[in-house]
Design a protein around this ligand. Structure first.
Ligand code: HAM
Length: 416
């Protein structure tokens, strides 16, 4: 049997891994500007956490969770998304009592047993932000603005936000019944899973990949109550103040159960059918329903794999070493080893291959490494207490420098 990776799980090598790191670094910078702090949540939680928060009738919980019974007989699940863990931590760690804003971000891998396709993986990375404890439309506008600034900082030009309001539990009460009646009358037109769950959650049909599109056209629309309508108008006014382009999309429903009021997505047609780069929204009732204080909240999660796909033609930072150390004689090997340490101690990135290989083989590795200079140590250099600097990316002769001066000489050359 040959060992291979599982479908939907992948290895990330440079330049992809470098691109992921650059996106994460951009995110950290933007989070600091907006007063967000990092929260690291566990990868595995009680299965019940996701069933109760992500929602029993969602695709994620119904068929995509990696859930299992652990050695101790506990029902656990590998996190399919970050929001439930953040909410659990907010409650468990009493984060409402700290006297400071609960503005939390996380960066981590999520797991969903979806059918893999372009832009859809079973293990993927999310960068997420959650602002808990602020009901005002300012929080919505700030969160969405931060997302757009982050995407810009990462290198994504001109993104527009799809925006909608799903109203509150009150506005949805009557709508739920209206929609249920409409769906029941057309039950034979619905796909199997939708038919099975309309009684439990008729709204889910609007987000169904099969029935969603025609229902979005034909099904009755939600009417917002006065307070939700006012909130939605304010969010739009504030987005205009922030200079964030958006498009009100009454068909945006999102695939998770906890949303109330504002929902949003950033999409890109360049991604094909899996076009959402980021999704989020308000979840004003979730913290309380999970046993915590009444704490309205809003957040989003960004799919790093998809953002990296959109940025694939942008150059990434060069991860090549600055210098490549080569030992040209058996007697020079220890000095070459010393030189590697001296370069690194002097802040110059340095690499080597195997000092016991031939000079030709080491020089070939030096060329392949992408280093700007080879530092060569042979019998002559050993005797003279020098190092030979040879440019690798441009023409030029070898130049000797005293061993102790090598780090500063290289730094000067790299700056010059
Ligand atoms: P979500 O829409 O399920 O929301 O996921 C957010 C983003 O994660 C998507 O827009 C997409 O870019 C990425 N994503 C999701 N599934 C996959 C996959 N199988 N492969 C690659 N990328 C994927 C949430 O997860 C919510 N927790 C967002 C949120 C936070 N709402 C409020 N706070």
């Amino acid at each position: 049997m040959s060992v291979h990776s599982l479908r939907g799980f992948r290895d990330l090598l440079p330049p992809d891994s470098t691109r992921f790191a650059a996106i994460e670094a951009a995110a950290r910078e933007v989070f600091a500007l907006y007063g967000y702090q990092e929260l690291r949540i566990p990868t595995i939680e009680m299965k019940e956490l996701f069933v109760k928060s992500t929602g029993e009738t969602t695709d994620i919980v119904e068929k995509e969770m990696y859930a299992f019974t652990d050695g101790g007989g506990r029902e656990v699940a590998v996190r399919p998304e970050g929001t439930p863990g953040v909410v659990r931590a907010y409650i468990e760690q009493n984060l409402s009592q700290t006297g400071r804003n609960a503005k939390l971000f996380y960066i981590g891998n999520m797991f969903r047993a979806e059918r893999p396709q372009a832009g859809r993986f079973r293990e993927f990375e999310q960068i997420g932000a959650e602002h808990i404890g602020n009901a005002a439309p300012f929080a919505d506008a700030e969160t969405i603005t931060m997302l757009v600034r982050l995407l810009e900082k990462a290198g994504l030009a001109a993104c527009s936000v799809e925006l909608n309001s799903l109203g509150c539990a009150e506005c949805r009460k009557t709508y739920r019944q209206t929609l249920l009646d409409y769906l029941k009358q057309r039950a034979e037109m619905l796909c199997e899973p939708c038919r099975g769950r309309i009684e439990r959650n008729p709204l889910r049909a609007l987000d169904c990949k099969v029935d969603g599109p025609w229902l979005a056209e034909k099904a009755p629309k939600l009417t917002l109550c006065a307070a939700c309508a006012e909130h939605f108008t304010r969010v739009q006014d504030l987005l205009k103040i922030s200079g964030v382009p958006y498009n009100v999309n009454p068909n945006l429903v999102r695939g998770l159960d906890y949303y109330t009021r504002t929902v949003f997505e950033v999409r890109s047609s360049a991604l094909g059918s899996q076009d959402a780069v980021c999704g989020g929204g308000r979840y004003d009732d979730l913290v309380k329903s999970m046993g915590g204080p009444a704490a309205p909240a809003i957040g989003w999660a960004l799919g790093v794999d998809r953002l990296a796909m959109l940025l694939k033609d942008k150059p990434v930072a060069d991860t090549s070493p600055a210098v490549f150390v080569v030992s040209a004689a058996a007697a020079a090997q220890d000095q070459a080893f010393r030189l590697l340490a001296a370069m690194r101690a002097g802040g110059v990135s340095a690499d080597s291959s195997n000092f016991t290989l031939s000079l030709k083989s080491q020089m070939r590795s030096a060329d392949k490494s992408g280093a700007a200079y080879a530092l060569i140590l042979g019998e002559d250099e050993l005797k003279a207490g020098t190092v030979a600097i040879k440019p690798l990316k441009q023409a030029g002769d070898q130049q000797p420098v005293p061993f102790a001066d090598a780090p500063s000489a290289i730094t000067k050359l790299l700056e010059g």
